[in-house]
Design a protein around this ligand. Sequence first.
Ligand code: NAD
Ligand code: UDP
Length: 312
Amino acid sequence: MAKRILVTGGAGFIGSHLCKRLLDDGEEVICLDNLFTGTKKNIECFLDNHNFEFIRHDVTREYLLEVDQIYNLACPASPIHYQFDPVKTINTSVMGAINGLELAKKVKARILQASTSEVYGDPSVHPQPESYWGNVNPIGIRSCYDEGKRVAETLFFDYHRQYGVDIKVVRIFNTYGSNMSLNDGRVVSNFIVQALKNEDLTIYGDGNQTRSFCFVTDLVDGMVRMMNSRDDFTGPVNLGNPGEFTMKELAQKVIELTGSSSKIIYKPLPQDDPKQRQPIIELAKKELDWEPTTNLDEGLKKTIEYFKECLG
Ligand code: NAD
Ligand code: UDP
């Protein structure tokens, strides 16, 4: 029988891909989103599917829905967006987690938290295993996001220990693909949009910082596997692609794959920008039989096609 599944943040980049995957699997999907960074455009193709419903609502306020599973994704994820209203960002993570967990407790639903590699901060252990506790500045400009996500993890484990709520926690590393907005501000979409417009690609800092980029459909597959994993496996589990690249390498790849005449320019590195990031995914391999299958070149080509369409 089809499950009834709530996706908070379902109109956003990852959320819209998750809604599609769940609908393709034959599930009933309720997408709850306040459209802060998400758009109706990302979900308009589902609106005449009778298994899909959209509710415009803010997760910082309580809500009640009869569901079997909850994926909690509601939270701006790009630094420019989460720093726009930092107090709202931390409120979204914390109250969003509490409201989701209260609902899970009430209706006995399983709930999965979209946590992040940002819980590792600027990591002094490299690559990062789940056992690493992180190196996060509690008072910097990224803290509203990083600490908000860390508190959300704490709340998940306290609700689990104290009330027996059925929880799952995934730590998502940098993910990219279609349905990112043109003004998302994260590095992959910035570079592709700049390259397609033959504008300069803006590297922040010296470009030697690294990230590991996961294609969105791989990530979503890991999230669904985690949601449906054995009852006593809570995570946290890293989900990401272990391929590690410098921002300079990424910029060069994007210029090459778009055939752009753009040049690279350098801008100041934002405060607390992590120097390195690479997931260890042995736990996901073992528990979820999951690993990414799309390499960076393939994923970038698909994402470039998407942005070409957006730019007309
Ligand atoms: P996104 O900004 O595209 O999506 C976030 C969605 O949440 C948007 O649709 C937005 O409108 C919605 N939202 C924000 N605040 C809300 C609120 N108060 N109430 C209801 N809805 C709200 O970002 P994304 O990249 O799709 O990220 C989705 C989730 O995955 C986030 O929780 C993010 O922290 C997490 N994550 C993403 C990445 C990544 O690389 N994309 C990495 C780590 C973690
Ligand atoms: N970055 C960059 N140019 C841009 C946008 C981002 O060089 O136009 C850098 C940013 O400073 C960081 C990396 O790319 O070192 C990844 O940034 P993003 O915002 O995508 O993700 P996060 O820093 O949250 O991992």
